[in-house]
Design a protein around this ligand. Structure first.
Ligand SMILES: Cc1cc2nc3c(=O)[nH]c(=O)nc-3n(C[C@H](O)[C@H](O)[C@H](O)COP(=O)(O)O)c2cc1C
Length: 450
């Protein structure tokens, strides 16, 4: 297996490597375009920088934000990103990704209201504008792990690529009745989300979680599997339920996978010859319906299943558990080409792109290049925000990002989350997160010894 390093000192170095790989990635020396205002749901955003949804695995057991959750979001608000896409929040208790995931219910609403208000006030005070806040509503599906003991998967179908020779018990496959009951739960979540003060809700359909997995449920029998209409039934119907609260001050959006990274018939967005080559015809149809029929005006584009093939969702340099199966630049090229396909087919749709952090200090140059090239209108930054929540201000002040203020794509934030610890940057925010990582390493060592 080839090891990759990140020895690029200039954009030219990266361009040389792209030439060798015969792939394209939009890169720009100029980052001013990131600070060009953007109209979103009748609100003028001050810049095109978003914080990507990033679970911190640090909520209180009752699902309310903890001090650590609060610290993360207030740092984001101070940093000046015009949009903060809140991490995944479960719509039902059994769909919780971990016992530390945020839960928005009637009971936790007051804490969310105070939290949202504090984030907006912080942004207003520090930067003169409140960030646009989107909440990500999710059901974790096969990755549900609501109790500390064992995972409790609720899968859309049997996927041998994931399950291998240990297939899930058939009781873990969600019934049609169960799926139908969730449509209304997304509607309820949207109502609570608006009451909490968010500016919008994302009906999450990506990364192998329940709605995302259904998009590839070619072999599932019944009304949620097989043809395109069935596989997208839950997403479209949930969106219709959420629309009861849609207005000029409350937006409905979707974080959408356009490529699952599994061969047909176990994932969508791929050709049907068993390879992993992309085929965007179904994702384009999904976006057409979301945008032209269901009135979605803003969408975030993403890919892959980070639990199985994280190099697709978030190209990395190293990972404690996974191998890098392609040059990370190839992963970035797939991601930004995919966004460009969507944007070029729907020029009036506001398209948000994902996953720039692998490029270390050049991440803003990729985001700016992608906007300039018409591949997207806005970019959401994930791991860079863990490493340096102040990056929007840093870029605004100097036009670039210092290498020592960038993410190094070491994937330790993911290792923390996977290990049941609060997730953050052990390199740039070591005082808070390095002790968690050390304790995780000790735990793993002890487990190996017993
Ligand atoms: C620790 C961690 C938690 C994440 N949590 C979420 C999440 O809650 N929802 C989501 O849609 N994506 C989540 N992601 C994916 C990020 O939003 C983002 O797409 C990914 O990190 C690639 O962007 P980047 O290269 O800028 O980091 C998470 C990623 C990491 C590393």
């Amino acid at each position: 297996m080839k090891q990759y390093d990140f020895s690029y000192k200039t954009l030219e170095d990266i361009r040389e490597r792209l030439k060798d790989l015969t792939i394209c990635l939009p890169l720009s020396e100029e980052t001013d375009i990131l600070f060009k205002p953007l109209m979103l749901n009748k609100r003028l955003l001050q810049n095109r920088i978003g914080i990507a949804p990033m679970e911190g695995f640090d909520a209180c057991p009752d699902g309310t934000p903890s001090e650590l959750t609060r610290r993360r979001y207030l740092r984001y608000a101070r940093g000046g990103a015009a949009l903060i896409w809140f991490e995944s929040v479960t719509i039902v208790p059994e769909g919780r990704s971990s016992p530390r995931q945020l839960v928005l219910t009637k009971e936790t609403l007051p804490q969310f209201q105070r939290f949202v208000e504090e984030i907006k006030e912080t942004g207003l005070k520090e930067n003169g504008y409140a960030p646009f806040l989107v909440m990500q509503a999710n059901h974790s599906g096969r990755y549900s792990h609501p109790n500390p003991q064992t995972p409790q998967p609720i899968a859309a179908f049997h996927n041998p690529v994931i399950e291998g020779d240990r297939p899930l018990d058939s009781s873990c496959i969600a019934s049609d009745d169960y799926l139908a009951s969730l449509e209304d739960k997304f509607g309820e979540s949207a109502k609570l989300c608006r009451k909490a003060g968010f500016d919008g809700i994302d009906i999450k359909s990506c990364h192998g979680y329940l709605l995302g997995e259904l998009a590839g449920a070619f072999n599932r029998p019944g009304i949620y599997g097989g043809n395109f209409e069935n596989r997208f039934r839950l997403l479209f119907n949930s969106l219709r339920h959420a629309q009861c609260v849609q207005s000029d001050s409350f937006m409905i959006t979707v974080r959408l996978n356009i490529f699952d990274g599994f061969p047909y018939p176990y994932g969508y967005g791929v050709v049907r010859d068993g390879s992993l080559n992309t085929d965007y015809s179904e994702p384009l149809e999904a976006v057409r319906i979301l945008h032209r029929e269901l009135g979605v005006s803003f969408i975030n584009i993403t890919m892959g299943d980070p639990h199985i093939r994280p190099y697709i969702t978030r190209p990395f340099l190293r990972d404690d558990k996974f191998l890098q199966m392609e040059d990370p630049l190839a992963g970035l090229a797939r991601m930004y080409n995919g966004s460009a396909v969507i944007k070029r087919n729907f020029p009036e749709l506001v398209v948000s792109a994902s996953a720039p952090s692998y490029l270390h200090q050049f991440a803003p140059n990729l985001a700016a290049g992608a906007i300039q090239a018409g591949a997207c209108d806005q970019v959401c930054f994930g791991r860079l925000a863990f490493a340096n929540p102040c990056f929007p201000r840093d870029i605004k002040e100097s036009g670039f990002l210092e290498p020592e203020k960038a993410c190094i794509a070491c994937s330790k934030c993911s290792s923390l989350g996977r290990g049941g610890m609060p997730a953050g940057c052990i390199v740039r925010d070591a005082e808070v997160y390095l002790p968690y990582y050390k304790s995780l390493m000790d735990k793993n060592k002890q487990r190996k010894q017993t």
